[in-house]
Design a protein around this ligand. Structure first.
Ligand code: LRH
Ligand code: MN
Ligand code: MN
Length: 388
């Protein structure tokens, strides 16, 4: 099979942002394994991310996490990234590794701590101003562990006020994306546990506030594609954090656990116009590679997103609509499944070859000698982030 020119064009537009932290050592609360060649600095993380982009043509930007990726001069860092052929993207705040935030950050009852958390977001906006980043992504660890521990309602009110202050500080081309998560690090309530809570807050803020959907942040068996359809319908799907999970927030390689779910999600993105030119939907990865090598892990992930995108674009929309309208239950399902079962890998290899990219980016990486080079060069030092 081969792709139509329109499909080729949509694929050419696809950009998937990589998280700087995917290149650092990660693990579970039991053990963080280290990999030879792990980046010691944000500059080295950017160099690794640039390899993924060079071999796939899919990953032109890198998300930062503050303070993991702290530097003195973000303008210089942006120029450094540009020299490597990538750009600095979303800026992620971090209020989950500071003792002050044990009982909350943007929701805290103590005005001093809440001020400190708001000021941290102001500092993130300063970074965005220097890097030219569009999006401030807020994922809050805030929540409670025991019934009665905190006033659920009061926490929402303080959160709304904090978000208002942060939103007011954004430039006119900048956006706030609010990520939700059902549980963890707290186990009774989270202050932004679901898309409805995120939606309620972002709509109160204004047009440039959107929801971020992390595919690992729902209860098992949640119909995520339904949420995608609804948020697109409401015009508030700002971004994805893609990863896959078998149990909780596993942060595994995208499409590894359930490729069909990834297909269904992207099919709704296509249906809702999320892949059209000028779409507000940003595709990002949010992953941790605990045991596998990080660079090939990221390559595999972006390729999996691309593969499911190509399959979703193969759905015969006109035939599907006709079958749906005619009440042809099995016929409609068969049209949908035909696209899912189509093996697009050879056509994607051709697509890459046409663009001067390797037909098999994973094999090209293995043959490039890059892994051996960084293992020899990057000795000593400590890394920031999960493994720190
Ligand atoms: C929280 C989360 C959020 C963080 C990232 C490191 O679980 O998904 O996006 O910023 O992990
Ligand atoms: Mn996330
Ligand atoms: Mn997560």
């Amino acid at each position: 099979m081969s792709f139509t020119p329109a499909l080729n064009e949509t694929l050419a537009r696809q950009a998937i942002e990589l998280p700087s932290w995917a290149f650092g050592n990660a693990g579970t609360r039991f053990k963080v394994f280290s990999t030879p060649g792990t980046p010691r600095t944000i500059q080295e993380k950017l160099a690794d991310a640039a390899q993924v982009n060079r071999l796939t043509g899919l990953a032109p930007s890198v998300a930062l996490h503050i303070p993991w990726d702290l530097v003195d001069d973000y303008g210089a860092l942006a120029a450094y990234a540009q020299d490597l052929g990538v750009r600095l993207g979303t800026v992620n705040s971090n209020t989950f590794q500071d003792d002050d935030y044990k009982l909350g950050s943007l929701t805290h009852v103590d005005p001093r701590i809440r001020r400190k958390a708001i000021d941290h977001h102001f500092a993130c906006i300063d970074v965005m101003d220097a890097t030219g980043s569009r999006d401030l992504k807020i994922w809050l660890p805030d929540g409670t562990n025991y019934p009665g521990q905190g006033d659920i309602r009061g926490r929402q009110d303080r959160l709304a006020d904090s978000l208002q202050q942060i939103y007011a500080r954004l430039g006119e081309h900048q956006r706030l994306v609010l990520e939700y998560k059902i549980f963890e690090p707290y186990f009774y309530t989270m202050d932004v546990p679901d898309w409805g809570t995120s939606y309620a807050h972002v709509t109160a803020l204004g047009e440039r506030a959107m929801v971020c959907l992390d595919t690992g942040h729902h209860a098992p068996s949640t119909n995520i594609e339904f949420i995608v359809a609804q948020l697109l319908r409401l015009g508030r799907l700002g971004s994805f954090d893609f990863n896959s999970r078998f149990y909780a927030d596993d942060d595994l390689i995208v499409g590894a656990a359930d490729p069909f779910q990834l297909f269904r999600i992207i099919a709704e993105v296509v249906r809702g116009g999320g892949l059209e030119a000028g779409s507000p939907v940003a595709f990002m990865l949010d992953q941790c590679h605990n045991i596998e090598d990080k660079i090939p892990g990221q390559i595999r992930s972006v390729l999996n997103v691309q593969e499911m995108t190509a399959r979703a674009l193969l759905i015969d929309q006109a035939a599907l609509r006709a079958a749906q309208d005619a009440g042809d239950v099995l016929g409609a399902n068969a049209i949908y499944m035909d696209a899912f079962y189509t093996d697009v890998r050879p056509a994607l290899a051709d697509w890459r070859e046409d663009r001067g990219l390797p037909r098999d980016p994973v094999a090209a990486y293995a043959a490039s000698g890059y892994a051996e080079r960084i293992a020899a060069d990057r000795v000593g030092g400590t890394q920031a982030g999960w493994g720190a």
